[in-house]
Design a protein around this ligand. Sequence first.
Ligand code: 13P
Ligand code: SF4
Length: 319
Amino acid sequence: MSVTEMKSSLVEEIKEWKRKRNAILLAHNYQLPEIQDIADVLGDSLALARAAGNTSADVIVFCGVHFMAETAAILNPEKTVLLPDLEAGCSLADSITVDQLREWKAEHPGAVVVAYVNTTAEVKAESDYCCTSSNAVEIVRSIPEDKEILFLPDMFLGSFVKNETGRENMHIWLGECHVHAGIASHQVEGVLTQHPEAELLVHPECGCSTSSMYLVSEGVLPAEKTHILSTGNMLKHSKNSDAEEFIVATEVGIIHQMQKQNPEKRFVPANPEAVCPFMKMITLEKVLAALKENKHIITVPADTAERAKLAIKRMVSIG
Ligand code: 13P
Ligand code: SF4
Protein backbone atom coordinates (compact mmCIF):
# COMPACT_ATOMS: atom_id res chain seq x y z
CA MET A 1 0.00 0.00 0.00
CA SER A 2 1.33 3.49 -0.87
CA VAL A 3 1.60 6.18 1.83
CA THR A 4 -1.38 8.02 0.31
CA GLU A 5 -3.50 4.85 0.33
CA MET A 6 -2.49 4.16 3.93
CA LYS A 7 -3.46 7.69 4.97
CA SER A 8 -6.84 7.55 3.25
CA SER A 9 -7.69 4.19 4.83
CA LEU A 10 -6.75 5.64 8.25
CA VAL A 11 -8.98 8.65 7.56
CA GLU A 12 -11.89 6.35 6.66
CA GLU A 13 -11.42 4.36 9.87
CA ILE A 14 -11.26 7.57 11.92
CA LYS A 15 -14.53 8.77 10.36
CA GLU A 16 -16.20 5.46 11.17
CA TRP A 17 -15.01 5.52 14.78
CA LYS A 18 -16.08 9.12 15.14
CA ARG A 19 -19.61 8.12 14.13
CA LYS A 20 -19.62 5.08 16.44
CA ARG A 21 -18.57 7.14 19.43
CA ASN A 22 -20.39 10.39 18.61
CA ALA A 23 -17.01 12.13 18.72
CA ILE A 24 -15.86 15.54 17.52
CA LEU A 25 -12.30 16.29 16.42
CA LEU A 26 -10.94 19.71 17.42
CA ALA A 27 -7.58 20.71 15.94
CA HIS A 28 -5.25 23.67 16.42
CA ASN A 29 -3.89 25.60 13.43
CA TYR A 30 -0.36 24.22 14.08
CA GLN A 31 -1.35 20.57 13.62
CA LEU A 32 0.06 18.38 10.84
CA PRO A 33 -1.69 18.99 7.46
CA GLU A 34 -3.43 15.59 7.50
CA ILE A 35 -4.88 16.32 10.96
CA GLN A 36 -6.04 19.81 9.87
CA ASP A 37 -7.76 18.20 6.89
CA ILE A 38 -9.94 15.86 8.99
CA ALA A 39 -10.81 18.31 11.80
CA ASP A 40 -14.45 19.13 12.54
CA VAL A 41 -13.26 22.43 13.98
CA LEU A 42 -9.87 23.93 13.17
CA GLY A 43 -8.94 27.10 14.99
CA ASP A 44 -6.94 29.15 17.44
CA SER A 45 -7.04 28.60 21.21
CA LEU A 46 -10.11 30.78 21.74
CA ALA A 47 -12.15 29.24 18.90
CA LEU A 48 -11.31 25.73 20.13
CA ALA A 49 -12.22 26.52 23.75
CA ARG A 50 -15.54 27.93 22.50
CA ALA A 51 -16.16 24.88 20.29
CA ALA A 52 -15.40 22.58 23.24
CA GLY A 53 -17.94 24.48 25.33
CA ASN A 54 -20.68 24.28 22.67
CA THR A 55 -20.51 20.73 21.35
CA SER A 56 -23.21 18.09 21.77
CA ALA A 57 -20.73 15.26 21.03
CA ASP A 58 -20.03 12.68 23.76
CA VAL A 59 -16.32 12.52 23.05
CA ILE A 60 -13.89 15.36 22.24
CA VAL A 61 -10.65 14.29 20.58
CA PHE A 62 -8.27 17.19 21.12
CA CYS A 63 -5.63 17.47 18.41
CA GLY A 64 -3.51 20.05 20.15
CA VAL A 65 -1.56 20.15 23.40
CA HIS A 66 -2.27 19.17 27.00
CA PHE A 67 -3.44 22.53 28.39
CA MET A 68 -6.01 22.78 25.56
CA ALA A 69 -7.46 19.37 26.38
CA GLU A 70 -7.54 20.35 30.09
CA THR A 71 -9.50 23.50 29.20
CA ALA A 72 -11.99 21.37 27.23
CA ALA A 73 -12.29 18.96 30.18
CA ILE A 74 -12.96 21.84 32.60
CA LEU A 75 -15.72 23.17 30.35
CA ASN A 76 -17.21 19.69 29.86
CA PRO A 77 -16.84 17.59 33.02
CA GLU A 78 -19.56 15.21 31.77
CA LYS A 79 -17.83 14.46 28.43
CA THR A 80 -14.83 12.30 27.58
CA VAL A 81 -11.88 14.44 26.45
CA LEU A 82 -9.08 12.54 24.72
CA LEU A 83 -5.53 13.70 23.96
CA PRO A 84 -3.99 11.29 21.41
CA ASP A 85 -0.46 11.72 22.88
CA LEU A 86 0.10 12.49 26.56
CA GLU A 87 3.56 13.86 25.81
CA ALA A 88 2.07 16.76 23.82
CA GLY A 89 2.92 19.49 26.34
CA CYS A 90 3.90 23.14 25.98
CA SER A 91 7.17 24.85 26.95
CA LEU A 92 5.28 28.09 27.65
CA ALA A 93 2.79 26.42 30.03
CA ASP A 94 5.79 24.84 31.78
CA SER A 95 7.40 28.24 32.39
CA ILE A 96 5.36 28.92 35.56
CA THR A 97 4.30 26.55 38.35
CA VAL A 98 1.41 27.07 40.72
CA ASP A 99 3.87 27.57 43.62
CA GLN A 100 5.70 30.29 41.71
CA LEU A 101 2.38 31.99 41.01
CA ARG A 102 1.34 31.82 44.69
CA GLU A 103 4.66 33.45 45.70
CA TRP A 104 4.22 36.16 43.06
CA LYS A 105 0.67 36.87 44.26
CA ALA A 106 1.91 37.13 47.85
CA GLU A 107 4.34 39.86 46.72
CA HIS A 108 1.44 41.82 45.13
CA PRO A 109 -1.60 41.46 47.39
CA GLY A 110 -4.82 42.59 45.71
CA ALA A 111 -3.43 42.36 42.16
CA VAL A 112 -5.62 40.91 39.41
CA VAL A 113 -4.07 37.82 37.80
CA VAL A 114 -4.43 37.47 34.02
CA ALA A 115 -3.18 34.09 32.77
CA TYR A 116 -2.66 33.26 29.12
CA VAL A 117 -4.56 30.09 28.19
CA ASN A 118 -1.18 28.34 27.76
CA THR A 119 -1.05 27.42 31.47
CA THR A 120 -1.85 24.35 33.56
CA ALA A 121 -5.30 23.95 35.13
CA GLU A 122 -3.69 24.50 38.56
CA VAL A 123 -2.32 27.89 37.45
CA LYS A 124 -5.68 28.83 35.93
CA ALA A 125 -7.34 27.96 39.25
CA GLU A 126 -5.14 30.62 40.94
CA SER A 127 -6.02 33.23 38.27
CA ASP A 128 -8.82 35.77 37.95
CA TYR A 129 -8.95 35.87 34.14
CA CYS A 130 -7.69 33.67 31.34
CA CYS A 131 -7.00 35.18 27.93
CA THR A 132 -5.76 34.09 24.53
CA SER A 133 -3.71 36.02 21.99
CA SER A 134 -6.94 37.14 20.31
CA ASN A 135 -8.55 38.77 23.35
CA ALA A 136 -5.66 39.61 25.76
CA VAL A 137 -5.83 43.34 24.98
CA GLU A 138 -9.61 43.52 25.51
CA ILE A 139 -9.39 41.57 28.76
CA VAL A 140 -6.71 43.86 30.20
CA ARG A 141 -8.73 46.92 29.07
CA SER A 142 -11.78 45.55 30.91
CA ILE A 143 -9.94 45.62 34.27
CA PRO A 144 -10.31 48.88 36.27
CA GLU A 145 -7.27 51.10 35.71
CA ASP A 146 -6.35 51.41 39.38
CA LYS A 147 -5.96 47.63 39.74
CA GLU A 148 -2.45 46.21 39.62
CA ILE A 149 -2.18 43.33 37.09
CA LEU A 150 0.01 40.24 37.12
CA PHE A 151 0.24 38.97 33.53
CA LEU A 152 1.63 35.51 32.88
CA PRO A 153 3.44 33.55 31.57
CA ASP A 154 4.46 34.99 28.16
CA MET A 155 6.73 38.04 28.26
CA PHE A 156 6.40 38.90 24.57
CA LEU A 157 2.59 38.80 24.60
CA GLY A 158 2.74 40.70 27.91
CA SER A 159 4.87 43.51 26.41
CA PHE A 160 2.57 43.68 23.40
CA VAL A 161 -0.51 44.03 25.65
CA LYS A 162 1.23 46.57 27.89
CA ASN A 163 2.17 48.63 24.87
CA GLU A 164 -1.31 48.44 23.30
CA THR A 165 -3.12 49.36 26.52
CA GLY A 166 -0.53 51.82 27.88
CA ARG A 167 -0.99 50.06 31.22
CA GLU A 168 1.79 51.05 33.66
CA ASN A 169 0.69 48.95 36.65
CA MET A 170 1.07 45.63 34.83
CA HIS A 171 3.80 43.17 35.87
CA ILE A 172 4.89 40.54 33.37
CA TRP A 173 6.20 37.04 34.08
CA LEU A 174 9.41 36.28 32.16
CA GLY A 175 8.21 33.09 30.43
CA GLU A 176 8.40 32.24 26.76
CA CYS A 177 7.49 29.66 24.14
CA HIS A 178 10.73 28.25 22.76
CA VAL A 179 9.28 28.07 19.23
CA HIS A 180 8.09 31.68 19.05
CA ALA A 181 11.03 33.10 21.01
CA GLY A 182 13.20 31.62 18.25
CA ILE A 183 11.63 33.87 15.61
CA ALA A 184 14.03 36.79 15.81
CA SER A 185 13.81 40.28 14.35
CA HIS A 186 16.94 39.85 12.21
CA GLN A 187 15.26 36.87 10.49
CA VAL A 188 12.11 38.89 9.82
CA GLU A 189 14.14 41.80 8.46
CA GLY A 190 16.15 39.41 6.23
CA VAL A 191 12.97 37.88 4.73
CA LEU A 192 11.44 41.36 4.31
CA THR A 193 14.44 42.46 2.26
CA GLN A 194 13.83 39.55 -0.12
CA HIS A 195 10.04 40.18 -0.24
CA PRO A 196 9.64 43.97 0.06
CA GLU A 197 6.01 43.95 -1.13
CA ALA A 198 4.82 41.35 1.37
CA GLU A 199 2.58 42.00 4.38
CA LEU A 200 4.05 40.92 7.70
CA LEU A 201 1.89 38.77 10.03
CA VAL A 202 3.39 38.36 13.52
CA HIS A 203 2.08 36.26 16.43
CA PRO A 204 2.41 38.23 19.70
CA GLU A 205 4.28 35.31 21.35
CA CYS A 206 7.20 35.88 18.93
CA GLY A 207 10.61 37.09 20.01
CA CYS A 208 10.31 39.67 17.21
CA SER A 209 6.89 41.09 18.20
CA THR A 210 8.24 43.85 20.45
CA SER A 211 10.89 44.89 17.93
CA SER A 212 8.31 44.79 15.10
CA MET A 213 6.15 47.26 17.05
CA TYR A 214 9.20 49.42 17.65
CA LEU A 215 10.14 49.33 13.95
CA VAL A 216 6.56 50.33 13.05
CA SER A 217 6.68 53.27 15.49
CA GLU A 218 10.04 54.35 13.98
CA GLY A 219 8.60 54.16 10.45
CA VAL A 220 11.02 51.36 9.41
CA LEU A 221 8.13 48.90 8.90
CA PRO A 222 4.98 50.26 7.25
CA ALA A 223 2.13 50.25 9.81
CA GLU A 224 -0.49 49.33 7.18
CA LYS A 225 1.45 46.20 6.21
CA THR A 226 2.42 44.94 9.69
CA HIS A 227 -0.15 43.03 11.75
CA ILE A 228 0.24 41.41 15.16
CA LEU A 229 -2.44 38.70 15.32
CA SER A 230 -3.56 35.40 16.85
CA THR A 231 -3.39 32.40 14.51
CA GLY A 232 -7.14 32.58 13.85
CA ASN A 233 -6.93 36.28 12.98
CA MET A 234 -3.89 35.64 10.74
CA LEU A 235 -6.05 33.24 8.72
CA LYS A 236 -8.90 35.75 8.48
CA HIS A 237 -6.54 38.56 7.54
CA SER A 238 -4.71 36.62 4.82
CA LYS A 239 -8.08 35.75 3.26
CA ASN A 240 -9.48 39.30 3.35
CA SER A 241 -6.34 41.24 2.40
CA ASP A 242 -5.61 42.26 -1.21
CA ALA A 243 -1.90 41.53 -0.73
CA GLU A 244 -0.45 38.68 -2.80
CA GLU A 245 2.42 37.78 -0.51
CA PHE A 246 2.73 37.39 3.28
CA ILE A 247 5.61 36.79 5.66
CA VAL A 248 4.36 34.55 8.42
CA ALA A 249 6.02 34.90 11.84
CA THR A 250 4.57 31.99 13.83
CA GLU A 251 4.68 28.18 13.89
CA VAL A 252 4.88 27.05 10.26
CA GLY A 253 1.96 24.56 10.46
CA ILE A 254 -0.51 27.40 9.86
CA ILE A 255 0.82 27.89 6.31
CA HIS A 256 -0.97 24.70 5.19
CA GLN A 257 -4.34 26.31 5.93
CA MET A 258 -3.34 29.71 4.54
CA GLN A 259 -2.28 28.12 1.27
CA LYS A 260 -5.41 25.97 1.13
CA GLN A 261 -7.68 28.99 1.62
CA ASN A 262 -5.70 31.20 -0.80
CA PRO A 263 -4.08 29.05 -3.49
CA GLU A 264 -3.18 32.11 -5.56
CA LYS A 265 -1.27 33.90 -2.73
CA ARG A 266 2.27 33.25 -1.47
CA PHE A 267 3.18 32.59 2.18
CA VAL A 268 6.80 32.77 3.33
CA PRO A 269 7.80 31.61 6.84
CA ALA A 270 9.85 34.17 8.81
CA ASN A 271 11.77 31.22 10.24
CA PRO A 272 11.17 27.85 8.52
CA GLU A 273 12.53 26.11 11.63
CA ALA A 274 9.70 27.41 13.83
CA VAL A 275 8.13 23.98 14.33
CA CYS A 276 6.40 23.03 17.59
CA PRO A 277 7.49 19.48 18.41
CA PHE A 278 4.52 19.04 20.77
CA MET A 279 1.89 19.96 18.18
CA LYS A 280 3.46 17.55 15.69
CA MET A 281 3.16 14.58 18.06
CA ILE A 282 -0.48 14.10 17.05
CA THR A 283 -0.69 11.73 14.06
CA LEU A 284 -3.53 9.96 12.24
CA GLU A 285 -2.47 6.64 13.81
CA LYS A 286 -2.65 8.14 17.32
CA VAL A 287 -6.06 9.76 16.64
CA LEU A 288 -7.44 6.38 15.55
CA ALA A 289 -5.94 4.63 18.58
CA ALA A 290 -7.40 7.33 20.86
CA LEU A 291 -10.91 6.71 19.47
CA LYS A 292 -10.65 2.92 19.50
CA GLU A 293 -8.97 2.51 22.89
CA ASN A 294 -10.50 5.55 24.63
CA LYS A 295 -7.11 7.09 25.43
CA HIS A 296 -5.72 9.27 26.88
CA ILE A 297 -8.57 10.57 29.01
CA ILE A 298 -7.85 14.07 30.35
CA THR A 299 -9.48 14.94 33.65
CA VAL A 300 -9.03 17.78 36.11
CA PRO A 301 -9.76 17.38 39.86
CA ALA A 302 -13.20 18.87 40.62
CA ASP A 303 -12.01 21.59 43.04
CA THR A 304 -9.26 22.80 40.64
CA ALA A 305 -11.73 22.69 37.72
CA GLU A 306 -14.32 24.67 39.65
CA ARG A 307 -11.85 27.49 40.41
CA ALA A 308 -10.29 27.47 36.92
CA LYS A 309 -13.71 27.54 35.26
CA LEU A 310 -14.48 31.08 36.35
CA ALA A 311 -11.30 32.45 34.71
CA ILE A 312 -11.95 30.39 31.55
CA LYS A 313 -15.60 31.50 31.33
CA ARG A 314 -14.45 35.11 31.44
CA MET A 315 -12.04 34.34 28.59
CA VAL A 316 -14.65 32.77 26.30
CA SER A 317 -17.13 35.58 26.93
CA ILE A 318 -14.80 38.47 25.98
CA GLY A 319 -13.59 39.33 22.48
P1 13P B 1 -3.34 31.04 19.19
O1 13P B 1 -3.68 29.97 18.19
O2 13P B 1 -4.44 31.21 20.18
O3 13P B 1 -2.97 32.32 18.53
O4 13P B 1 -2.11 30.52 20.05
C1 13P B 1 -0.94 30.07 19.57
C2 13P B 1 -0.27 29.05 20.39
O5 13P B 1 0.89 29.08 20.61
C3 13P B 1 -1.02 27.92 20.86
O6 13P B 1 -0.18 27.12 21.55
FE1 SF4 C 1 3.37 25.83 23.45
FE2 SF4 C 1 4.85 27.24 21.79
FE3 SF4 C 1 4.04 24.85 21.04
FE4 SF4 C 1 2.26 26.87 21.22
S1 SF4 C 1 3.97 26.70 19.81
S2 SF4 C 1 2.02 24.77 22.01
S3 SF4 C 1 3.11 28.00 22.95
S4 SF4 C 1 5.43 25.29 22.75
